[in-house]
Design a protein around this ligand. Structure first.
Ligand code: PEP
Ligand code: MG
Length: 589
């Protein structure tokens, strides 16, 4: 019997990072229960393993109780089932025997739970009683919930994948993405995720194509299915027909030729046609990315996102550990500038090693400087490491997510304290490090004049400025259409920030992803922005555009921009005025 060839299927999502790749799918569904590993647990660690299981049960119970509480009392049938489940969480058969299995067989909790739930299933199936048989399903559902918690608490071991594949996941955190081994992973696609999430930023810097927000990717794709990922258009094709495959192979070749072409010119100076010089710098997450920043012609590090060091270590690094990294970075780049941003943890860069605080809206929660001001010892340790590293290069200190003057006052007090303590301890350091703040919350834009009077520079973080101005979550695919850099409200905020900085004679750098997208360049240059920091992979294409643009034309263009009120009109206006220099983009739609 011949097997029918699966039909070609197209799924549309959101572009995570540009480029095309073709390869086999590797599904790592974090929520699925089919990636259970079996590993031995030493006698000394058994108590801890049992605790991990108990913790997963307690969490599942708590979640379950919340569901029951929220339930309308009229739906008594459902309520009955759920209350049965509640009892099953501590059922001797499931709970007690799983603990015994961990203990007796010295194996991990996931494996023990699976073994026990399979045994129960088998046992009940042999009994000819419909009531008892229906209880099997209850047990399976309860066991799945516990399993989800056990698996959820663990990282997907992406670093261990040793095939040339395209990863298909329900969701990938920025920390997951940063484990990707370039020589093995061709690209990745996820069900969840929105525009310019940190996961996308990591994908861009790895130069691998990705598509997010596909909703049904893990449900529709099987391991080893052939996939085409078109990161530029934000779509994927599952099991493509010959003809489609051929068309994409050609596009892939054209894309690679285009990339090679612009990369050849990346070391030329960033000067406009009419002689205005710009600084194009790189955003990096790891010190190792300095190589790629230099290869792409960066004139410095405009943003070093320090949180990835914390996420990797899964604990807070010591002052000495940070000093080693920051010093290495400063020395590698010297005399070019390196802007080190203090910890921007939580939000979508959740913190896997602190007890997760349950927040309904993590993006609006205890993130970045808010977290640091509640954990001043952690904050001061980092500030000290930065001031010490500044003795070895051209370092600037940047504070993320300032939303009011009070926060800035507290930060400055902590920096002063750090200086006093470093002096007391006779450390080598530089106390004249320029201090800047990220302008990424609308309240900071409105207070830009006052804030500018207190700092040495502003860094405009458009990823969050768009998120907070438009009130959309960067990770949420359902509102990704409102993530609009060219929205006139966002452009006004950028201009207001720049003008306030000018009035107060401080520098401005833009380090959000907007700075790396050609469509935004005429407006940004027209407003007066001269320092742009972006994903290193975007530098060559932006540099090419800058070398072809006329600054005076950009200035006049920006004066006329606000006659338009919609993104569509503004985009059309850019395309009309700068059609000759905007890079060619192939899209499927
Ligand atoms: C930004 O918000 O634009 C930014 C650069 O910071 P991050 O993307 O790390 O939030
Ligand atoms: Mg930000």
């Amino acid at each position: 019997m011949t097997q029918e060839k699966p039909r070609e299927m197209v799924l549309k999502g959101i572009s995570g990072s540009p480029g095309i790749c073709i390869g086999k799918a590797y599904v790592v569904d974090r929520e699925g229960v089919n990636i259970i590993e079996r590993y031995p647990v030493s006698t000394a660690m058994l108590a801890k393993e049992i605790d991990r299981f108990k913790h997963a049960v307690a969490k599942a119970k708590k979640e379950h109780a919340r569901v029951i509480k929220a339930l309308d009392k009229d739906v008594s049938g459902t309520l009955n089932i759920l209350e049965t489940h509640m009892a099953l969480f501590k059922d001797k058969m499931l709970y007690g025997r799983t603990i015994e299995t961990i203990q007796n067989e010295k194996i991990n909790a996931e494996w023990a739970l699976r073994k026990v739930s399979r045994q129960i299933k088998l046992m009940f199936q042999q009994v000819d009683d419909p009531y008892l048989q229906s209880r099997v399903n209850d047990i399976i559902q309860v066991s799945d919930k516990i399993m989800a918690n056990l698996l959820g608490a663990r990282d997907i071991k992406i670093a261990d994948i040793n095939k040339r594949v395209i990863i298909v996941a329900h969701d990938l955190s920025p920390a997951d993405a940063s484990q990707i081994q370039l020589e093995r992973i061709k690209g990745f696609v996820t069900d969840r995720g929105g525009k310019d999430s940190h996961t996308g930023i990591v994908a861009k810097s790895l130069k691998i194509p990705s598509v997010f927000g596909l909703a049904r990717a893990t449900a529709s794709i099987n391991n080893d299915d052939i996939l085409i990922v078109d990161g530029s258009s934000g779509l994927i094709i599952i099991n493509p027909e010959e003809e489609t495959l051929f068309r994409y192979e050609e596009r892939l070749a054209r894309f690679e030729a285009y990339r090679a072409d612009i990369e050849r010119e990346s070391h030329l100076p960033a000067i406009t046609r009419d002689g205005v010089s710009l600084n194009l710098m790189a955003n990096i997450e790891l010190v190792e990315e300095v190589v790629s920043a230099k290869d792409n012609g960066a004139a410095g590090i405009g943003l070093f996102r320090t949180e990835f060091l914390y996420l990797d270590l899964k604990r807070f690094p010591t002052e000495e550990e940070m000093l080693v990294k920051y010093k290495e970075l400063a020395e590698l780049m010297n005399p070019q500038p390196v802007t080190i941003r203090t910890l921007d943890i939580n939000g979508d860069k959740f913190n896997p090693f602190i007890d997760p605080v349950e927040e309904a809206n993590p993006a609006l929660g205890l993130r970045a400087v808010r977290f640091c001001l509640e954990n001043t010892a952690i904050f001061k340790t980092q500030i000290k490491a930065i001031l010490r590293a500044a003795a070895f290069g051209n370092i600037k200190l940047l504070i993320p997510m300032i939303s009011c003057m009070e926060e800035l006052i507290q930060v400055k007090a902590l920096v002063s304290q750090a200086v006093v303590e470093l002096e007391r301890d006779h450390k080598v350091f530089n106390k004249d490090v320029p201090l800047g703040i990220m302008i990424e919350v609308p309240s900071a834009v409105l207070m830009a004049d006052e804030l500018a009077g207190q700092v040495d520079f502003f860094s405009i973080g458009t990823n969050d400025l768009i998120q907070y101005s438009m009130a959309i979550d960067r990770r949420n695919r359902r509102v990704a259409h409102l993530y609009q850099g060219l929205n006139p409200a966002v452009l006004k905020m950028i201009k207001m920030t720049f003008d306030a900085a000018q009035r107060n004679h401080i520098d401005v750098i833009m380090c959000g992803e907007m700075a790396g997208d050609p469509i935004n360049i005429p407006a940004l240059l027209g407003f007066g922005i001269r320092n742009l920091s972006m994903n290193a992979a975007s530098i060559p294409v932006i540099k090419k555009m800058i070398r072809e643009i006329n600054m005076e034309k950009a200035r006049q263009f920006s004066d006329r921009l606000f006659q338009f009120t919609t993104v569509q009109e503004i985009t059309g206006f850019v395309q009309e005025e700068f059609n000759d220099i905007l890079p060619y983009r192939e899209t499927e739609d």
